[in-house]
Design a protein around this ligand. Sequence first.
Ligand SMILES: Cc1ncc(C[n+]2csc(CCOP(=O)(O)OP(=O)(O)O)c2C)c(N)n1
Ligand SMILES: [Mg+2]
Length: 335
Amino acid sequence: MAKTRHEELGLTHEDALQIYETMLMARRIDERMWLLNRAGKIPFVISCQGQEAAQVGAAFALDNDKDWIAPYYRDMGVVLHFGMTPQDLMLSAFAKAEDPNSGGRQMPGHFGQRKNRILTGSSPVTTQLPHAVGVALAAKMKKEDFITFVTLGEGSSNQGDFHEGMNFAGVHKLPTVIMVENNKYAISVPVEMQLACVNVSDRAIGYGMPGVTVDGTDPLEVYKVVKEAADRARRGEGPSLVETICYRLTAHSSDDDQRQYRDAEELANEKKLDPIPMFAAYLKEVGVLTEELEKEMEERIMKEVNEATDYAENAAYAEPESAMLHVYAEDGGNE
Ligand SMILES: Cc1ncc(C[n+]2csc(CCOP(=O)(O)OP(=O)(O)O)c2C)c(N)n1
Ligand SMILES: [Mg+2]
């Protein structure tokens, strides 16, 4: 029998289902967060919706026992694959003391979790890129075979940090994969007003690294190119730039109303490019996902999302006395 597309990439049926389940989990958590926000229970949401295929396809191509990641605020799919749990994410949304990212101190989307090698991120966009490049330098100096993976939006590829980090990584042939999730908007600014070149990946040549643009609504396409880039980095051949074309299916954040700057037709067309039903259709077509399995998966996911919501809602806020924790050095070092 002819091989399926995922088998051709070396992925088993279980792998393909796991990619789908993580995408669906990210989507269901995100949807719950919007409801909680509109109900006045959590202050802020910044969505992964429309970008799950790029995120999970890429994360699946990395070694989640070894590699270090520097995700950006939309990357729920990436951090879930790297071991952050729905409960962790909900604790962050409710800004509770047990939030692994910052103990409820930072806005949601500022992922950071030492045990899963998720580098903590700052609010200025693209600062994560030089951080990931620095950790890649450490891998090279220590002769260890982990690589780093960093993501950002296309708008953020205009920040100085992008160019400085890309240049340093290129010059020193560092083991890093830089992925741009191009959703065509930086808040309300369309891509035509952001870049004078056609693709973000066109910028790679200036830094001596390969650059590719792929369909970011297809997790298998993204897996393929990120795997190639990761293998290249691990072989000591240096960094790569991957651009994934995807769509932002929500407003920029829960504080934005995109109907103010995008027309209804454009928004309706993008809904048709939702990676979740598209990947489900593929999995059904090749006989890997059945109606029964899909139902069971949905139920399992919703149970976990419900439990995570209840746990986080009832969890304690940080003690006011702990406000200065991690701001100044303490006795006992920098645990
Ligand atoms: C240095 C800096 N400038 C501006 C902002 C405000 N800001 C936050 S997200 C954002 C848009 C970024 O767009 P893009 O990189 O395309 O990512 P997307 O949100 O579309 O995924 C801006 C301008 C910021 N956080 N940091
Ligand atoms: Mg964008």
